[in-house]
Design a protein around this ligand. Structure first.
Ligand SMILES: [Zn+2]
Length: 92
């Protein structure tokens, strides 16, 4: 199992915002990829499928939004050495 950060493209400002929680995936990607690319033609793991109903906070507009388009939801392996987003880890 690997841990992934979930980043969601914002409809309002066009940036990626973190969901603020990690997901564990059995066979996730080794680099940043959209959910559509990773699970083309497959069912989503339940812990990803349920993210669809959650809302993401946009620090620029101060509002929450939901992103239904899986092409705009990205998985980023935790600890890959890429830039870690320091933005708001909101716990709800
Ligand atoms: Zn935004």
């Amino acid at each position: 199992m690997a841990e992934y950060d979930v980043l969601v493209l914002c409809n309002a400002c066009g940036d990626l915002h973190p969901f603020g929680s990690c997901v564990s995936l059995q066979d996730g990607p080794s680099s940043k990829q959209s959910i559509t690319d990773v699970y083309a033609g497959e069912d989503l793991p339940s812990n990803l499928a349920e993210l669809k109903d959650k809302r993401v906070y946009c620090p620029k507009t101060g509002r929450q939004y939901s992103q239904k388009d899986n092409k705009k939801v990205f998985l980023v392996p935790v600890g890959l050495g890429t830039v870690r987003l320091t933005a708001v880890n909101r716990k709800t």
